[in-house]
Design a protein around this ligand. Sequence first.
Ligand code: NAD
Length: 335
Amino acid sequence: MPVQSAVIGCGNFARYIHLPNIASSPDYHLYAVVDADYTRARDAAREFGADNFLTDYQSVLADSKVELVFICTPHNQHAQMAVDAVNAGKHVLVEKPMAMKISELRPIAEAVRKQGVTFTVGFNRRYSSLSRKAKQLLDGREYPLLINYRMVNDIVRHPWALDVEVGGGRLISEAVHLFDMCSFLVGSELVRIHAEGGNLSHPEIPETQDNAVITLGFADSSIAGITIGDLGSSDYPKERVELFLGERTVLIDDYQLLEAYGFSGEHSLALPEVDKGFVQELVELAAAIRDHRPAPITEIDGARATLCAVKAIEAIKTGHAQTLNLAAVVEQKMN
Ligand SMILES: NC(=O)c1ccc[n+]([C@@H]2O[C@H](COP(=O)([O-])OP(=O)(O)OC[C@H]3O[C@@H](n4cnc5c(N)ncnc54)[C@H](O)[C@@H]3O)[C@@H](O)[C@H]2O)c1
């Protein structure tokens, strides 16, 4: 049976990614769409064939027919909506970031533990066929990993994402993807973070962080360098991950090309189009719900990424490296 689903927030992202993917998947039925803007809710329902459209998300939480909610609203609403949805017994996919503040993390983790629902965060890149291939190439590694991850593009078109109160700035909004990907690729807990950066390109929002160079240290001695920002030409490709281990190197270029050096056999892959994992994310979420088990990405992963972003901002502001203790934040034993 398809999962009866409701999408909360029918803005740019939901309309381009989740709504079409839900509408075309046999795993889901689009039962309702919700947007605070009546016209957007109505238009999304018409375009994607939802049974119902609403402007108040509490109504879908009160509807026993809804099994799963997608939260695609501005970031300052994610944590409360996530807790409300979980406490209403719904499965949840909350878009990144799961939350903006450290104080919001434990209530989400506790609610998920208590309700036993399937809860996931929209860190889609992990589901890309190229991320999976890279992870497979790293399997059984004996050496620490050295990662160089660069994501530089322009988010001026989403001004609320840079607003400190509404979106949290670029580290809360975007760097969380990279923290999650580095954690996934390393497979060991993040223990230390340092960062340089701040406001390099948006003088009109002086308090926001828009560009940064961040270093991550992992429990297994792996290290990662992250470059994130919105300077430079928009013609230049957005994203590149380089992985170095022992005498081997793996490159993921814009989630379209994977090159492997120093491995036996041919492992390189060139895809006909970019694969950032959005379709596979929904396939695996539906399977997890059907099997009554956690999704591959959980609230603990969501908590880690938010913790990293908050601590990176703290590192920029104080000039001091920060230690990370995720277990203490979510009060759960970590690997
Ligand atoms: N995974 C990814 O790669 C990716 C990429 C882009 C955006 N996103 C995420 O998607 C989410 C939405 O981003 P967007 O670019 O679509 O923003 P947007 O501003 O285009 O859309 C947000 C929508 O939420 C609606 N909304 C606001 N408050 C609401 C409420 N209380 N109830 C119902 N609807 C409400 C707004 O009216 C708007 O239509 C964000 O979390 C963003 O980070 C994820």
